[in-house]
Design a protein around this ligand. Structure first.
Ligand code: BT5
Length: 248
């Protein structure tokens, strides 16, 4: 079913008109030893968010999953999520959208001045590996591109609603170029992320399995965890521990 995407990308692109989940297909390819493959679909019928949540992915969006085999420790894998957020926000900004990043895995558009936002895109990073070394990483990126926000879950926005339709091939191309640049220069990710982050400086509530945390989000650590200044001092939250983060 795969056809050539016809783009000059740093990745081989496998395109599907319709697929269950591009992340599932990318995981399958990773398991077969693939590297630097991007699975792109027009529509996903069973796409996933974090923590078993559903992701709505009708025809017209940008749904892409990238297989990487970096020589990094698993603890640094969250940096790939941040790199993908930066790449997505940059591609969206080039398309005229005021895209910002919300820790840990969202690209959002601010609404008003109270720290409120609508969700434009989400990232789902999955991996396999040993304790000291990643075998493969699949970074799934979902962007509400040429879609009506009305037809998406509440709180969503789209490139169409914010700035008008885009050429999705070019959008994917820019996204992949930016992501490739960031993953090859992980040191550049944190400064770029900080520049685009909506979350930093915000008073937030983080829901974790161990309980909620309220305080000011002050920074991200070298491995992509969020530092929150609470009344009792500083606490660090890893993405894996974050069920929800909301400005309060
Ligand atoms: C995410 O999860 O934001 C990660 C989404 C990753 C999707 C990509 S698409 C390509 C690849 N293939 C996949 O199967 N997945 C990846 P999370 O932070 O858990 O947010 C999920 C929540 O966002 C849901 O519970 C809804 O509330 C909301 N949501 C669902 N679909 C949405 C959409 N299209 N736009 C905005 N919000 C949405």
């Amino acid at each position: 079913p795969a056809v050539e995407f016809g783009l000059e990308a740093p990745f081989t692109v496998e395109y599907h008109d319709s697929i269950g989940s591009t992340n599932d297909r990318a995981r399958e390819l990773a398991g077969e030893g693939a590297a630097d493959v991007a699975v792109v679909a027009d529509e996903q019928t069973g796409s996933r968010g974090r923590l078993e949540r559903e992701w709505s992915a009708p025809s017209g969006g940008v749904w892409v999953s990238v297989v990487s085999r970096p020589e990094i420790a698993p603890a640094r894998a969250p940096l790939y999520t941040l790199a993908a957020s930066v790449a997505t926000a940059r591609a969206a900004r080039e398309a005229g959208v005021d895209a910002r990043i919300k820790w840990p895995n969202d690209v959002v558009v601010p609404v008003g001045s109270e720290g409120d936002y609508r969700k434009l895109a989400g990232i789902l990073t999955e991996m396999e590996g040993e304790t000291d070394r990643v075998d493969w990483l699949v970074v799934g990126i979902g962007v509400n591109a040429n879609l009506d926000a009305d037809a998406l879950p509440e709180g969503a926005t789209s490139v169409r609603d914010e700035a008008g339709d885009v050429d999705r091939r070019l959008f994917v191309q820019r996204l992949l170029e930016e992501f490739d640049g960031s993953r090859n220069d992980l040191e550049s990710v944190l400064p770029a992320w900080r520049d685009l982050a909506l979350t930093l400086g915000q008073r937030v509530r983080v829901d974790r399995p161990s309980g909620e945390l309220v305080g000011e989000a002050v920074d991200v650590t070298a491995s992509g965890a969020l530092v929150v200044e609470t009344d009792d001092g500083r606490e660090t939250v890893s993405a894996g521990d974050c069920e929800h983060l909301r400005p309060v």
